[in-house]
Design a protein around this ligand. Structure first.
Ligand code: FAD
Length: 482
């Protein structure tokens, strides 16, 4: 039972929150809190005390100050599509919804930038600038629903990452609300700027643990003139892996170089019904863009390389519509796999691309060793694989084997010179493993930075830095404890 003292404090905080953002923007109902008790990560759930939706940067800063003064945890939330339990309100407190901050503020055609509020949906940014002949390349598969604030905070990547880089490469300036209630601006519309530490980059990928992004200025580039797509089919996974390394070794950098194993391919075809070659053991989806003659030359060369690495078939998409259909089908891979079993756990172990074939083989061996079902797809061109376990969280014995299999996958990725996550972030799911990547000194430097900005530890507590235990919080227990 919650103590009378705690209830009184909660009620005071609620009143103050309502004064700042308006009563209609503070939700303390059980149903409202349940909706924001989890995100796209299976099996992590915890109830917040309040769901609060500020209407401006200033209100956001005031909410943070109140939370800082009262020791109330804050979890910034875009669309909640992250896959590392990063918006799970693990310690109660305030879920801060950025839904009202959803305006495109400016398109600057001279400096080639767009300035947006954090709640703008990523696809809206892409479509808006493409109508102007401009291009915003980062395209996470979740771009139809994820927000730019979430993309920046996770440093999200996408299908076009190989050639164009990730969200980090397009963030030029930020406005950030800090826990002490101050609003700061970092960076600017400048290509060159070396004034002090790069605070913009510090906030990119910080997973909501340092402050709340309330505005972002993003770099745009001219829209590529043309693009072509091919599918290369393989009867063994190693040949697909070797093709990836060979394409890059031949100094070809396609926009997209995606890998799907047979399990994923079948699930996607079953979902999308576009005639994907489900008889293949693995496929590569390859896209090149740029001036027409260069695209033509590159695609021919890439097809040749795939054939010499034993692709059994290489197919060119007949039209832009077919190419778009293929890319869209690839984007549905996670949703398609999620239909097969009650629980889908997707990770994003990443290795140097030269090690792709070894990593794919290791994942298969690990799945066999622990007797779990793992399908693999991902951004092969940048070594970013998504081994995806199809399981059932109600089977506790199997879940233990799943955890062990993922620990083995992370260990292997690091052994091959890779990392725990290429784009999804650390959050709660990978916090226990972060020291494998950074070492104790790396972790303590990061903790020092966190302390300097968020001394009371109110911003997204329980994430990135592992505590003694990463016990999963069940909502039944949380409700019962109230
Ligand atoms: C089907 C599917 C496909 C996906 N494909 C990809 C992919 O291809 N590439 C990829 O990188 N990811 C992918 N993801 C993961 C996810 O979509 C990304 O991490 C995305 O950036 C999250 O955006 P969001 O708006 O949902 O953020 P949320 O999940 O709401 O939040 C993510 C993190 O950002 C923080 N945050 C959100 N807004 C702010 C803000 N304004 N200020 C400070 N912190 C903030 C949160 O606290 C949290 O730590 C996929 C997820 C799904 C479900």
């Amino acid at each position: 039972m919650a103590s009378a003292k705690r209830l009184k404090k909660q009620s005071r905080i609620r009143e103050r929150l309502a004064e700042i953002v308006g009563t209609e923007n503070v939700d303390a109902s059980t149903s409202g809190r349940l909706v924001y008790s989890y995100d796209a990560t299976p099996n992590y759930q915890s109830l917040p005390d309040f769901v609060v939706s500020p209407r401006s940067a200033e209100e956001t800063a005031q909410v943070l100050k109140l939370c800082n003064d009262t020791g109330t945890p804050v979890y910034s939330r875009g669309s909640g599509t992250n896959l590392c339990a990063d918006t799970c309100p693990a310690k109660g407190g305030v879920v801060l919804l950025l839904k009202h901050l959803n305006k495109i503020l400016e398109i600057d055609r001279e400096n080639l930038t767009i300035t947006v509020q954090p709640g703008v949906i990523t696809k809206t940014i892409s479509e808006t600038v493409e109508r102007e002949g401009l291009f915003y390349p980062p395209d996470p598969s979740s771009m139809k629903i994820s927000t730019i604030g979430g993309n920046i905070s996770e440093n999200s990547g996408g299908l076009r990452g190989l050639k164009y880089g990730v969200t980090r490469d397009y963030v030029m300036a930020l406005q950030v609300a800090l826990p002490n209630g101050e609003l700061i601006r970092t960076g600017g519309k400048l290509t060159k700027d070396v004034a002090g530490y790069d605070l913009t980059r510090l906030f990119v990928g910080s997973e909501g643990t340092l402050g709340v992004i309330t505005e972002a200025t993003l770099k745009l580039i001219p829209k590529p003139e043309s693009k072509k797509t091919i599918l290369a089919l393989y009867q063994d996974i190693e040949s697909a892996g070797r093709s990836v390394s060979a394409i890059i070794a031949h100094k070809m950098i396609p926009v997209t170089l995606e890998f799907l194993d047979q399990d994923t391919l079948r699930a996607v075809e079953d979902f999308a019904h576009i005639g994907l070659p489900t008889e293949a053991k693995a496929i590569l989806l390859i896209v090149q863009d740029g001036p027409e003659e260069i695209v033509e030359r590159d695609i021919q060369k890439i097809a040749e390389i795939c054939r010499s690495e034993h692709a059994v078939d290489v197919r060119l998409a007949a039209s832009d519509e077919e190419a778009e259909q293929l890319a869209t089908a690839r984007r549905t891979a996670l949703s398609a796999l999620a239909r097969l079993k009650p629980t889908t756990i997707l990770e994003d172990a990443t290795v140097p691309r030269s090690e792709i074939a070894k990593m794919v083989r290791a994942i298969t061996d690990i799945a066999e060793k622990y007797q779990v079902r793992i399908s693999t797809f991902g951004h092969a061109g940048d070594g970013n694989l998504h081994p995806t376990c199809l399981t059932d969280a109600r089977n506790h014995e199997e879940m233990q084997r799943v955890e062990k299999a993922f620990a083995a996958i992370f260990e292997k990725a690091i052994e091959l010179g890779g990392t725990l996550t290429g784009e999804h972030g650390i959050g709660m799911t990978k916090a226990p493993y972060l020291k494998w990547k950074l070492g104790e000194t790396g972790i303590s430097i990061m903790k020092g930075i966190k302390k300097a900005i968020d001394p009371n530890g109110i911003m997204n507590p329980g994430k990135v830095f592992a505590e003694n235990s990463v016990e999963r919080t069940s909502v039944e227990r949380a409700v019962a404890a109230e």
